[in-house]
Design a protein around this ligand. Structure first.
Ligand code: AMP
Ligand code: TRP
Length: 332
């Protein structure tokens, strides 16, 4: 069975974009793939994380996977820092990846902002650790939101260069799996910005912990334009906020954007927003509630993470051993 790897950073504020772009897809792939899902705490600390929050957020990512329907028996759920192979392979990849490749990464530019001199070295090397996450398991498919496409291209470049430099076929060339009607959910406050954990406005995102009232309030305040919904998808062009809400509806209802428009063509947002609220509360609400319930039993979550780490180590160790031999490291 082909192998899947994906990860989410435990940096708090898990949101609807994380769910529709990534976590929900994780669940759907379980029948056809061997799946490994990680809370990437080592990636999280590339920007400052308070230790107590990091611990809690790491459990929260695991709880979100479980609440969404990842089966911890069939799939592996674990925390990145508990499997040493990630850090070890990342170092080797730091010696494969070229500065020029990393200089092109848009996520680094966005996160480092204007004061690039003050960004951590880890933030710069972030994509190399991500390649290590995936390739430590020789995973071939990676479900992510659209914003991770460039990082996965870098993973392919690293695998290719490693194989070429050493004249081997050690690593597979990975394929991104970006699917669904909401691969890039936008901020509710600004249709030009993606929904993100770090947006200073809470009203920009719907989170896993929002209750019905909060979801309703955030959607009521969501920015829109003054026109009714169009009959055809091309009528959404140049209307980023409308397109975003229609995309969210389509993804939550598991239908296409055109099917949403077939139902709501000519409707004002005063009609569409309450319908979207009901749908979000019905479909996404229970996932958040289950996540909160699981957070009340951290020992249960920790036991799942521990079991996952043991299984992940068993898969990654032979790969790392092979890589070290290829590189010319002596056996211990
Ligand atoms: P992160 O929050 O950066 O750790 O992202 C975890 C996963 O959620 C990755 O697969 C991202 O591509 C995905 N993701 C994050 N934000 C969005 C968004 N606004 N829309 C769709 N997918 C997203
Ligand atoms: N960079 C990803 C994000 O911010 C998280 C991530 C880390 C990841 N390692 C990964 C995703 C490996 C897929 C595979 O969203």
């Amino acid at each position: 069975m082909p192998r899947i790897f994906s990860g989410v950073q435990p940096t708090g504020n898990l949101h609807l974009g994380n769910y529709l772009g990534a976590i929900r897809n994780f669940v759907r792939l379980q029948d056809d793939y061997e799946c490994i899902y990680c809370a990437v705490d080592m990636h999280a600390i590339t920007v400052w994380q308070d230790p107590a929050n990091l611990r809690s957020n790491t459990r929260e990512v695991a709880a979100a996977y479980l609440a969404a329907g990842v089966d911890p028996k069939a799939s592996i759920i674990f925390a990145q820092s508990t499997v040493p192979a990630h850090a070890e392979l990342a170092w080797i990849f730091n010696c494969i990846a070229r500065l020029g490749w990393l200089n092109r990464m848009t996520q680094f530019k966005e996160k480092a902002g204007k004061n690039r001199e003050n960004a951590s070295l880890g933030l710069y090397a972030y994509p190399s650790l991500m390649a290590a996450d995936i390739l430590a398991y020789k995973a071939t498919h990676v479900p992510v939101g659209e914003d991770q496409k460039q990082h996965l291209e870098l993973t392919r470049d690293i695998a290719q260069k490693f194989n070429n430099d050493y004249g081997t076929e050690t690593f597979p060339i990975v394929e991104p799996l970006i699917f669904g009607e909401a691969t890039r959910v936008m901020s509710l406050r600004d249709g030009a910005k993606k929904m993100s954990k770090s947006d200073p406005s809470d009203y920009s995102r719907i989170t896993f912990t929002d209750d019905r009232d909060m979801i309703a309030k955030k959607l009521r305040k969501a920015r829109t334009d003054a026109d009714p919904l169009p009959a055809e998808e091309k009528g959404l062009e140049g209307r980023p906020e409308a397109a975003n809400l229609v995309g969210i509806y389509a993804a939550l209802a598991d239908i296409t954007k055109q099917q949403v428009l077939d139902k709501y063509a000519g409707s004002q947002f005063s009609v569409f927003k309450p319908a979207l609220t009901d749908l979000a509360v019905e479909t996404f609400g229970p996932v958040g509630e289950e996540m909160k319930r699981l957070m009340g039993d951290p020992a249960h979550v920790d036991a799942i993470l521990k079991d996952g780490a043991e299984r992940a180590i068993a898969l990654a160790e032979p790969v790392l051993k092979e890589v070290k031999e290829v590189v010319g490291f002596l056996a211990p």
